[in-house]
Design a protein around this ligand. Structure first.
Ligand code: D41
Length: 676
């Protein structure tokens, strides 16, 4: 064949294979037998073997996996992936709708919702440029995830190339990657037959298969994806409602859950919940509830979000799975803040796919309320990912020798007094950083993913280092040596080296992570970020008064007091100083997106500009917080038209959108930059 013919045949094969792949995996409606599909795929493979320059990222052959990676790279989502609030009862669903009606100041009776099953898988974001899949990422912390592109490419229901019309120039699509129940059973059977480790549940199997450095392993597992939202979209418009947007995604080739519906009001939601709960067993995929979303996209936008969760959506969870077992003993664990948590030691019991031997009893009030005693038969409850808990006792089965649970007067770890402040449910060890348990927990927290994220330094290793007395406070981590580490049990030369490198790499945390890592009471990830953004340096936070602190969004008197108290304590200052002394340098934040002068504005550039390139203008506007879109719509703030501007200019005029020239663009950039 001539090069031209080979090229043509390659394109033909791409089209045929994408078409049949879509029929089979997305529409569930194959047109040709598998053997025919395999023949086409082999033909393409042999062409690509001979002409490697013809291999493109969207080639259907790219689904077989690639060479193993050493590690996953971090990627930032272009639009953050939000989390979902939960409702556990009908009342909470009714309250949810009422909150929305109040906030929107609507007189009407009810709102329209899109309702969908809540898949128990792994949230993933896909990025398409000009219709081609160029990146796949895990949700991570919602802002940054792991780059799992080569793994995502092996999932057959994920389009490598979009179909249909009006394909956006850039598009982020969010959804849940999951393993169908049947595939999970088959995978575990194979593992059992081969005497290998099995997965506990489909969710873990999906996560384990997707987060594989060797994507050929991912390719060998049957994973699927249902899409449920978009992130960034440029160069195309979404319709007015979520349900139509889902239809649009379907037209572009994505797989959408067939059980999605549109309903009216909380009552419609609750009815749907009941329907799905009836169907739950017979569904091909595992779910842990349903999700309700306001259908009207402009209302979603108007409602916005709090603490990374949209106000306009909620997950209505199914009741947790429960089992009965015997409570053998109760121990008290000392947490990072000294809180003593009663932990139930149980006869092992299999609940919702995992064996449970420990469960939380929360606090003494809960124990009294539930009247739990040692020796009782208890109901253990597990809901999704949360820690198992003792839900209630079975009173009929109480034996005469069941004994009362008592809070110790002294910390079981350091012997300091235990105190319980009036009105607080928890009792605390008063030892502070004198208490080894509190110090140990503080170190775990310091190294954890949302704090300094020290790779390889998990809870177990911290326990080991601490128990071997190699570390006793966080700054000791930076004094560890290769010799010390290599002598530890289960630690090789390579892991020791890796840990030291990870420690070194952790020395330039963002100020927000650093603040969070200190473990100030009531200062979580979000508050730490807000403090960092507001004060922009550690010194300023340390010096801030309670009043200063309350200037920060979401910081009230209690948090402010905890922060001030924290920086008053000499031993906390000593810890910070030794960290800084060890070379840890928190990085002060630059001005944030929210404060950028053109935040919330969307511009369109059209025609040819004389004084700067279109790309440069776009970059400058974006640096000032504006969005630059490829097409004019109702949402466009203004259009900047250079010479020979065409259809976009006329569309802007039709829609009554302001149009400016290049000089005015330069002026806008100049004035806004000064404000910045
Ligand atoms: O099926 C799901 N697991 C699911 C998750 C779903 N059907 N819809 C979702 N919608 C959202 C918003 C409303 C934030 C776009 C979600 C999730 N979020 C979600 N999954 C993991 C964290 C958040």
């Amino acid at each position: 064949m001539t090069p031209k013919k080979i090229n043509k045949r390659t394109q033909e094969l791409h089209q045929l294979l994408h078409y049949h792949n879509h029929n089979y995996y997305v529409l569930d409606d194959p047109e040709i037998p598998d053997s025919e599909y395999d023949k086409l795929l082999r033909e393409l493979q042999s062409i690509e073997e001979e002409y490697p320059e013809l291999v493109s990222p969207d080639s259907p052959t790219q689904r077989v996996g690639a060479k193993p990676l050493d590690e996953f790279q971090q990627v930032k989502h272009l639009v953050p992936m939000l989390s979902l609030g939960n409702a556990f009862s009908e009342d909470e669903v009714i309250a949810f709708e009422k909150r929305l009606l109040d906030r929107l100041d609507f007189e009407q009776e009810s709102l329209e919702f899109t309702v969908e099953p809540k898949l128990d898988g792994l949230a993933v974001s896909l990025l398409y440029e000009n219709g081609v899949l160029i990146q796949g990422a895990t949700r991570g912390d919602g802002e940054t995830g792991e780059n799992i592109t080569i793994n995502v490419r092996t999932i057959k229901s994920i389009p490598l190339k979009l179909t249909g019309e009006n394909i956006p120039t850039r598009l982020e699509v969010r959804g849940e990657v999951y393993m169908p129940k049947a595939s999970f059973e088959a995978l575990n059977k194979k593992a059992r037959d081969a005497d290998e480790k099995t997965f506990v549940n489909p969710r873990n199997a999906a996560a384990g298969s997707l987060r594989q450095l060797d994507s050929r392993v991912t390719a060998s597992r049957n994973l699927a994806m249902y899409c449920y939202a978009t992130g960034l979209i440029e160069g195309a418009e979404l319709p007015d409602t979520h349900s139509e947007a889902m239809q649009q995604l379907k037209d572009w080739g994505f797989r959408i859950c067939p059980d999605i519906k549109v309903v009216q009001g909380a009552q419609g939601c609750i009815q749907y919940y009941n329907e799905i709960q009836e169907k739950r067993e017979s569904l091909a995929y595992e779910i842990d509830g349903v999700v309700y979303k306001i259908n009207q996209l402009d209302l979603q936008k108007q409602l916005g979000f709090v603490s990374r969760a949209p106000r306009w959506a909620i997950a209505h969870k199914f009741p947790a799975q429960e089992e009965m077992t015997r409570l053998k003993a109760v121990e008290f664990q000392v947490g990072r803040t000294g809180a003593l948590t009663p932990v139930a030691r149980l006869e092992p019991v299999f609940v919702g796919g995992v064996t449970v031997t420990n469960a939380t009893l929360h606090n003494m009030d809960e124990i009294r309320r539930k009247d739990v005693r040692i020796g009782d038969m208890v109901i253990v409850r597990r809901a999704g990912d949360v820690i198992p808990e003792v839900a209630r006792v079975v009173p009929d089965k109480r034996s005469d020798d069941a004994s009362e649970i008592v809070m110790p007067e002294n910390c079981p770890v350091c012997g300091s007094n235990v105190e319980q402040i009036e009105g607080e449910a928890v009792a605390r060890c008063t030892g502070g950083l004198f208490c080894p348990a509190q110090r140990k927990q503080a170190i775990k927290h310091f190294a954890s993913r949302k704090a300094l994220d020290i790779d390889g330094l998990g809870d177990k290793l911290v326990e080991q280092l601490f128990d071997e007395q190699l570390i006793s406070r966080v700054s000791d981590l930076y004094q560890l040596t290769t010799d010390q580490l290599e002598n530890l049990e289960r630690m090789g030369e390579k892991s020791a080296q890796n840990l030291l490198e990870a420690l070194e790499a952790s020395k330039k945390p963002t100020l927000a992570r650093f603040i969070y890592s200190l473990g100030v009471r009531e200062v979580g990830e979000t508050t730490a970020k807000l403090l960092a953004q507001h004060f922009r340096s550690l010194e300023k936070i340390a010096k801030a008064s309670e009043d200063d602190l309350q200037e920060v969004d979401e910081v009230g008197p209690i948090v402010a007091k905890h922060v001030v108290n924290f920086f008053k304590e000499a031993h906390n200052i000593a810890v910070i100083e030794s960290l800084l002394g060890a070379g840890v340098e928190p990085q002060n934040p630059e001005k944030t997106q929210e404060e950028l002068p053109l935040e919330g504005k969307t511009y369109v550039l059209t025609g040819s500009l004389q004084q700067l390139k279109r790309n440069e203008a776009k970059a400058q506007l974006e640096a000032l917080g504006a969005k630059v879109s490829g097409s004019v719509s109702k949402k466009t703030t203004a259009v900047f038209a250079g010479e020979k501007a065409g259809s976009k200019l006329s569309k802007a005029e039709n829609l009554g959108i302001p149009v400016f020239d290049e000089d005015e663009l330069l002026e806008l950039i100049r004035v806004s930059s000064r404000k910045n």
